[in-house]
Design a protein around this ligand. Structure first.
Ligand code: NAI
Ligand code: MG
Length: 358
């Protein structure tokens, strides 16, 4: 099936979001023009912390319903210096992910050509991992409350919610990903020694689901030991599945080990495909570099490739990633990767490489 028939949503939001999403759309247009194969139509959504400050909400009435008519959302980042982070995160990003049942957050990592890992022995192509994060409940379910505010005995609870249904659907999706990858290897990460309820259930559900995938090799790790393994034996890992909180932390570690937070993409997927999925670079709105033209657009290019892959345009996705790697390999790198190029220079170089590749 072809992308041409449907609309995607473009939601740059805050900080460097508009800069990197602008670059991402440019590169997708270059890809679509050069291929002649598919057409891209983006509808621009201006939901951001600016609209929140004006209207008191991030999502206008009827907003979610209008999102549902589309087949994918390309998202920048949300967060502003004068809005508390829990308001912006819950007001926009989680307010989309949760009702649209984007229950799987998928984060690939790899050391791209031309980039360097802080791990001395890691080389190009290493750290080829996919982290699958539970994205609908767990530690970020929003259960809990605060009593006796401001008093010395103020009490706050943050309750983790693990339901068999949600754990099982997520773990099964992770096994499906592992099965499609050459190594057919999955590591199930929990903390079932200390957290003896929810995490023990995770281990049990994982053991049950594993029976459906006899060709996938399974191993288990506690999350603390997992951080050591990622650093010390990175090539012993392939697909990784973990809870919302654990995978959030592990995937930032993965991004840093792969060279920069400016490279990594993430997909918030509704694997049932009843709702649009949302694709975003993992970095935030980066106020410190906003408006300077130095943001690394590679995270958004990889994000765009993941979006194309999810929508069935595998070849275009692979081509885009090859072009990105060629440009990085030629040393056209932003400052976070030790280079001197700006966002525009990298974007122009990738567009030129796409045209050259056809
Ligand atoms: P951040 O990812 O925005 O920035 C961390 C550091 O990495 C900064 O020094 C920044 O300049 C650098 N950086 C990030 N992206 C880069 C890029 N593409 N190229 C070059 N350098 C880059 O994380 P931080 O500072 O913790 O958060 C800033 C705001 O973003 C906060 O409001 C936070 O809540 C929000 N945030 C939003 C996310 C989202 O929308 N999914 C994810 C993470 C943070
Ligand atoms: Mg994070």
């Amino acid at each position: 099936h072809h992308l041409g028939l449907r609309l995607r949503v473009c939601m740059p939001a805050d900080g460097i979001g508009p800069e990197v999403i602008g670059a991402g759309v440019e590169v997708l247009k270059a890809l679509s023009d050069a291929s002649g194969g598919f057409k891209l139509h983006f509808e621009d959504y201006d939901w951001s912390s600016e609209t929140y400050k004006k209207l008191g909400k991030y999502i206008p009435d009827g907003g979610l319903e209008s999102l549902k008519k589309h087949d994918a959302i390309l998202f920048g980042a949300v967060g502003a210096p004068d809005v508390p982070d829990h308001i912006s995160l819950w007001g926009l990003r989680l307010a989309i992910c949760q009702p649209l049942q984007q229950y799987a957050n998928v984060r690939p990592t790899k050391i791209l050509k031309g980039t360097e890992s802080p791990l001395r022995k890691a080389k190009t192509g290493d750290l080829d991992w996919v982290i699958v994060r539970e994205n609908s409940e767990g530690e970020y379910a929003g259960q809990g409350g605060r009593s006796h505010r401001g008093l010395p005995w103020e009490t706050a609870t943050e309750v983790s919610i693990f339901t068999r249904h949600c754990v099982e659907r997520l773990i099964r999706f992770a096994f499906e990903i592992a099965q499609k990858r050459p190594k057919k290897h999955i590591t199930v990460v929990t903390k079932s020694n200390a957290q003896r309820n929810g995490m023990v259930m995770w281990d049990e559900v994982a053991a049950d689901v594993a029976k459906e995938f006899p060709d996938v090799h399974v191993d288990k790790m506690l999350v603390d030991a997992m951080t050591c393994r990622m650093v010390l034996q990175p090539n012993s890992l392939d697909t990784i599945v973990a809870t919302n909180l654990h995978a959030d932390i592990l995937s930032d570690l993965a991004a840093a080990l792969a060279g920069s937070i400016g490279i990594a993409p993430t997909s918030n997927l509704d694997p049932t495909r009843q709702n649009p999925s949302m694709f975003e670079p993992i970095h935030g709105s980066a106020f410190d570099i906003t408006g300077k033209g130095v943001a690394n657009p590679v995270g958004t290019f990889w994000t765009a490739a993941e979006m194309m892959r999810w929508l069935g345009e595998e070849q275009a996705a692979d081509r885009l990633m090859r072009c990105v790697e060629t440009v990085c390999g030629n040393g056209i790198l932003t400052r976070d990767l030790g280079g001197t190029a700006g966002t525009k220079e990298v974007t122009d170089a990738v567009c030129a490489e796409i045209r050259r590749s056809y």
